[in-house]
Design a protein around this ligand. Structure first.
Ligand code: AHR
Length: 639
C-alpha cells in the first residue's frame, strides 16, 4: 500500500503551543510531589495543627503548644512553642513527611527553620531516620538565640537510601523557644534552586518540550466553595507569607488522602511562570471567574462582586507582564524576575456550565479585551464532549471574542478511536480549540474491586487510542491549537484520580505509555501540516489505521505519524508528491507493546518505550513496515 504525502498541497501552520502540559495539584502533584519540600505541615497551619508531627522524648521531656497570633499574621498565624526539660537527654518533634521522606545515599539535605528563644539554652540537632527510626544522618543546628525571629540553617547528608524515612528535630538543655516554617529540601532541586522543584519530575516534563503549561487547575481553581478557590495573590511573595488552604482533592477519596492534603503554595504563581520559562513553554494561567466547582457547592459570587475577580485577572497580567514600576510588576522583580514573563494567554474559569458562566465570562471579556487586547482568552465548555449543554455553551461562545475554547474528554479508548475525525468538519470561523484535558479511561468492570497497581490504568491500549486521536488533532492544527493530557502527575501512595501521565514515589518517577505518546508527538511537532492519504482517503480509522503528517520548514524534515490499531503489521511505501527525499538519515520511531494491557511501573519503567530504527529511502519513496498495535513516527529529510 502507498501512503501519499502531498508536499505541494494546502498546508496549515502548527502553533508552537500545539502540545503542552496541564499541571494541577491533584494526586500530591505539588506538595509531596514536584515541590521538593520534605516536611509536611511545616508551618503548623493544617486544620489539625500537629498533623504530620509527633513528639519525641529521649531521656528528656518537654511539651509543645501551638500558638495562634491572629493579629498581624493573618497569612501564617500559627507557630509551635516548645518547652524543653531535657538536660543531657533530648525532647523534640518528629515529622513523617508526605507518605514518608525519601533520602538518597550521599545526598545533601538543606534544613532551615524560623525560630526565637524565649528563655534558657536549648542546643538542637537534626536526625534523619529510616522507616524503623534508625539514624541515617545527623547534624547540629546553630543555637537559637535572642527574642527576634531569625532563620537558622544547617545541612545534613544521608548515609543510606531510604524511601519512607522521617526526620527528628531534637533539643537538649532546658528552656523555651518558638519555631515555624520548618523545612528540609534535597540539594539536587531543578537548577539547584533553593526551595525549588524535584529534579527528576521537572526533567520528565522538560523532555516533553511542551509548548505551554496550563496551571494551576482544574477543579482547584474553582475550589469546593469560593473561600477555598485558588487565589493567586496568596501564592506569591515570601513563602512564609503565603496562605495555606485545604486542597479541593483532600477528601475525594479519604483512603488515599486521609485529610492531609493541603496547598502550602510553596509552588505558587511565580514558580509556575518560572517553570514555564524554564521549559520554553507559554504560560497559561486559569483564573476563577466567580464560580466554585459545580460538581460540589456550585456557589457563585454575587454579581456586584464579580468585579473583584476581574481585577484579580488584571493584576495577574500586571504581575506577569507589567513594568517594574507597577505594583505587581515590582513584586515580580522583588521575587527575582524583573523581566516580564511574556504572558499571552489567560483562561477564564474551569469546566463551568450554564448561563451563569456565560454571563460571567462576558464580563471578563469586555474588560480584558478592552484593556489587554494582546492577551488571548481561553473559555470553557464544561466537562462535556457533546450533548445539549455542550452545544448550548458553544452556541454562546461562537460569536464571542474568546480566542480558544477548552474542551475536555475523559472517555473510554473506543471513543478516542471512533473520534479521530472529530475536528475534520468542525466550524472554522469561531474560536480555536484547546483540548485542555483528555485521557482514555479504562473502567473497572462492575462488581470488581480495584486490585491493580496505581499505574494499572495507563495501559498500552489507552495510550494507543490517544495516539490515534492525536493524529486527528494534528491534522486539524488550523483550529486545534493547544492540547494537553490530564492529569499530569500522581504519587503512587496518594492519588485521587487515574490514569495519569507520570507516576512517582518519594524517590523515583516513571513515564507511562501515554507519556511516550505525548513525547513522540510533541518532539515531532513540525511547523506546517501536510496531507497524508491512502488511495486518496484521509486515514481516520478506516481499517484501524490513523495518520497525520507535518513538516518542519526550518530543519526540512517530514514528520509522519502512523497508528496501526489492528493486530496485523502492514507494509507501506511512503511516497512524496512535489518533493524528494534528501541526504540524511530517515528514522522510524516505534512505540508498541507485547500486550494491550502492558503498563510501565516504578519497578519496571520501560516495558513500553520507544525504539528507533533507520530506514532506507529512494528519491521519493520510503518503505516502512508498521507493526500491529503501534505508533510510528517516521522522520524524512526532504528537499
Ligand atoms: O483532571 C482532573 C479534573 O478533571 C480536573 O480538575 C477537572 O478540570 C476535570 O473535571
Amino acid at each position: 500500500q502507498t501512503l501519499t504525502l502531498k508536499m505541494n498541497g494546502p498546508q496549515s501552520e502548527v502553533q508552537p503551543t500545539m502540545w503542552g502540559i496541564f499541571f494541577e495539584d491533584i494526586n500530591f502533584s505539588a506538595d509531596g510531589g514536584i515541590y521538593a519540600e520534605l516536611i509536611k505541615n511545616r508551618s503548623f497551619e493544617f486544620t489539625v495543627p500537629m498533623m504530620g508531627w509527633k513528639e519525641v522524648r529521649k531521656e528528656g521531656t518537654g511539651n509543645v503548644l501551638i500558638v495562634n497570633r491572629e493579629t498581624g499574621h493573618a497569612a501564617n498565624p500559627r507557630y509551635a512553642h516548645l518547652t524543653i526539660s531535657a538536660g543531657s537527654g533530648s525532647y523534640g518533634l518528629f515529622n513523617e513527611g508526605f507518605r514518608g521522606i525519601g533520602y538518597k545515599k550521599g545526598m545533601q539535605y538543606n534544613f532551615s527553620f524560623l525560630a526565637r528563644s524565649t528563655g534558657g539554652q536549648t542546643p538542637a540537632r537534626l536526625v534523619l531516620v529510616d522507616e524503623k527510626g534508625e539514624r541515617i544522618g545527623e547534624t547540629t543546628i546553630p543555637a537559637v538565640t535572642g527574642k527576634d525571629w531569625k532563620k537558622y540553617v544547617a545541612t545534613v547528608t544521608a548515609d543510606r537510601t531510604v524511601t519512607k524515612g522521617g526526620v527528628q528535630l531534637l533539643f537538649s538543655g532546658n528552656g523555651t523557644l518558638d519555631i515555624d516554617m520548618v523545612s528540609l529540601f534535597p540539594q539536587d532541586t531543578w537548577k539547584q534552586r533553593p526551595g525549588g522543584l524535584r529534579n527528576d519530575l521537572v526533567q520528565l516534563l522538560a523532555d516533553l518540550h511542551p509548548g505551554f503549561v496550563r496551571f494551576p487547575g482544574g477543579c482547584i481553581v474553582e475550589g469546593r466553595d469560593l473561600a477555598n478557590r485558588y487565589q493567586w495573590k496568596k501564592t506569591v511573595g515570601k513563602v512564609e507569607d503565603r496562605t495555606l488552604i485545604v486542597n479541593r482533592w483532600n477528601t475525594e477519596f479519604a483512603h488515599r488522602a486521609p485529610g492531609d492534603y493541603f496547598q502550602s503554595y510553596g509552588l505558587g504563581f511565580y514558580e509556575y511562570f518560572q517553570l514555564s520559562e524554564d521549559l520554553g513553554a507559554a504560560p497559561l494561567p486559569i483564573i476563577n471567574c466567580g464560580m466554585a466547582c459545580q460538581f460540589n457547592t456550585g456557589e457563585v459570587a454575587a454579581d456586584e462582586d464579580v468585579a473583584v475577580y476581574i481585577q484579580d485577572a488584571l493584576d495577574l497580567i500586571e504581575f506577569a507582564n507589567g513594568a517594574t514600576s507597577t505594583k505587581w510588576g515590582q513584586l515580580r522583580a522583588d521575587m527575582g524576575h524583573p523581566a516580564p514573563f511574556n504572558l499571552q494567554f489567560l483562561g477564564v474559569g474551569n469546566e463551568q456550565w450554564d448561563s451563569q458562566y456565560i454571563a460571567r465570562y462576558q464580563r471578563f471579556e469586555e474588560v480584558l479585551k478592552t484593556k489587554h487586547p494582546e492577551i488571548k482568552l481561553v473559555s470553557s465548555v464544561g466537562p462535556f464532549s457533546s450533548g445539549d449543554r455542550f452545544d448550548y455553551l458553544w452556541s454562546k461562545l461562537k460569536p464571542s471574542k474568546a480566542d480558544l475554547v477548552d474542551e475536555h474528554y475523559y472517555m473510554p479508548p473506543e471513543w478516542f478511536l471512533k473520534n479521530a475525525g472529530r475536528y475534520d468538519n468542525y466550524e472554522r470561523k469561531g474560536p480555536k480549540i484547546f483540548a485542555g484535558e483528555y485521557a482514555a479511561h479504562i473502567k473497572t468492570p462492575k462488581g470488581q474491586k480495584e486490585t491493580d497497581t496505581a499505574e494499572g490504568r495507563n495501559t498500552w491500549e489507552s495510550a494507543l487510542a490517544e495516539a490515534a486521536f492525536m493524529t486527528g488533532l494534528e491534522r486539524n492544527a488550523d483550529i486545534v491549537q493547544m492540547a494537553s493530557y490530564a492529569p499530569l502527575l500522581a504519587h503512587v501512595d496518594a492519588w485521587q484520580w487515574r490514569p495519569d501521565l507520570i507516576w512517582f514515589d518519594n524517590l523515583r518517577s516513571v513515564g507511562t505509555p501515554n507519556y511516550y505518546v505525548q513525547k513522540l508527538f510533541a518532539n515531532s511537532r513540525g511547523t506546517h501540516t501536510v496531507s497524508v492519504t491512502a488511495n486518496g482517503k484521509t486515514l481516520t480509522g478506516q481499517d484501524g489505521i490513523y495518520a497525520s503528517a507535518t513538516i518542519d520548514k526550518t530543519s526540512k524534515k517530514i514528520l509522519l505519524k502512523v497508528v496501526n490499531a489492528t493486530d496485523k503489521a502492514i507494509d507501506y511505501k511512503v511516497a512524496l508528491e512535489g518533493a524528494a527525499t534528501s541526504a540524511g538519515p530517515v528514522t522510524h520511531q516505534v512505540l508498541t507493546a507485547a500486550n494491550k494491557t502492558d503498563i510501565n511501573t516504578l519497578d519496571a519503567p520501560a516495558v513500553v518505550a520507544p525504539v528507533e530504527n533507520k530506514l532506507k529511502a529512494t528519491k521519493n519513496n520510503v518503505p516502512v513496515s508498521v507493526g500491529a498495535n503501534s505508533l510510528n513516527v517516521i522522520t524524512i529529510p526532504y528537499k
